[in-house]
Design a binder for this molecule. Structure first.
Ligand SMILES: [Zn+2]
Ligand SMILES: [Zn+2]
Length: 304
């Protein structure tokens, strides 16, 4: 999977940072988390194909995470998109989208499905064969959902030596075992998948926590995740401001990553009061709490 940061500024854009949006690319499909103003331009500057957007997840309805969605959807219509599009977000999202699209007499070349979740919602929001997405409420000034994109475990690695020892004929029987089916050999022996497969390989997971103050819920959502994308609006010298506005400092995010035992923390959503050097320093200081921090910048790609 590939994570592409499209916008890393909080509240207002700066000349070098756009508003919140992050793409997760998995086997060509794009999952977009938040869609601040300017997201469609950032998509064009990035390696992410807007035609491959599978779903859009809007964590909360603050404008810096939301106001780009109407423009992006309008463009998808002008592209002649036919694939249905799913949008997930808190209650109120449908009213917002309907008002914009009705006012503009917007037509759709594709089916748009908006799925809303009531205040306090926690649970599964999307499930397919190879992955699922869970949500739970974070701790922000308005109802805000955090998301966990989780790949399902994959079958263990096929042990060729063991298969040869067991004298299983090469060919389609190997595939059946790999798919988890038992087989019967011509000599009457039954071979079960666990006889030739290693232990199941855990799937990777990406957790998205924007916007929130430090919260046990973020730790719960991020439990043992591969990558935690967490907001870091302020530096630790502005911790009082972070508390007051229900945002996090870089240290808060590092604590969440440490307590959740995340593999990597990707920091994003920086106040416009800081320049790149300030943010790099914030990252250096927070590495005393959690070592593996990637300090975000627009269009940065992280392979996991
Ligand atoms: Zn924000
Ligand atoms: Zn917010």
């Amino acid at each position: 999977m590939r994570i592409v940061l499209l916008g890393t500024s909080s509240a207002v854009p700066t000349l070098s940072r756009g508003l919140s949006s992050t793409a997760l690319v998995r086997e060509g499909d794009v999952f977009l988390f938040d869609c601040g103003e300017g997201t469609q331009l950032q998509l064009m500057r990035s390696t992410v194909k807007r035609s491959r957007i599978h779903s859009i997840f809007i964590g909360h309805l603050h404008g810096d995470h939301l106001y780009g969605i109407c423009g992006l959807i309008s463009t998808l219509h002008l592209d002649g998109r036919e694939t249905p599009l799913n949008v997930f977000g808190p209650e109120g999202l449908r009213v917002f989208l309907n008002a914009a699209f009705r006012t503009s007499d917007m037509q759709f070349s594709f089916k748009l499905t908006v799925q809303e979740f009531p205040r306090g919602y926690r649970g599964r929001v999307l499930e397919e064969d190879e992955f699922y997405v869970d949500a739970l409420p974070l701790d922000h000034s308005i109802f805000c959902l955090g998301w966990r994109f989780q790949e399902k475990p994959r079958a263990g690695i096929f042990d060729l030596d063991r298969a040869e020892e067991l004298k299983i004929p090469r060919g389609p029987l190997y595939g059946k075992l790999q798919d988890g089916q038992s087989i019967t050999l011509p000599d009457g022996r039954t071979i079960t998948p666990d006889m030739v497969l290693g232990p199941p390989r855990p799937g990777k997971s990406v957790v998205y926590c924007l916007d929130t103050q430090f919260s046990q819920r973020s730790i719960e959502l991020a439990d043992h995740c591969t990558a935690l994308i967490h907001e870091t609006t302020f530096g630790s010298e502005d911790a009082a401001l972070a508390r007051d506005r229900k945002h996090s400092t870089m240290d808060d995010a590092a604590r969440v990553a440490k307590e959740a035992r995340a593999e990597i923390l990707i920091a994003t959503h920086f106040s416009s009061r800081y320049d790149g050097r300030d943010i790099a320093k914030m990252g250096d200081a927070a590495r005393e709490v959690f070592e593996n921090i990637t300090v975000g910048r627009d269009l940065l790609e992280v392979e996991i």
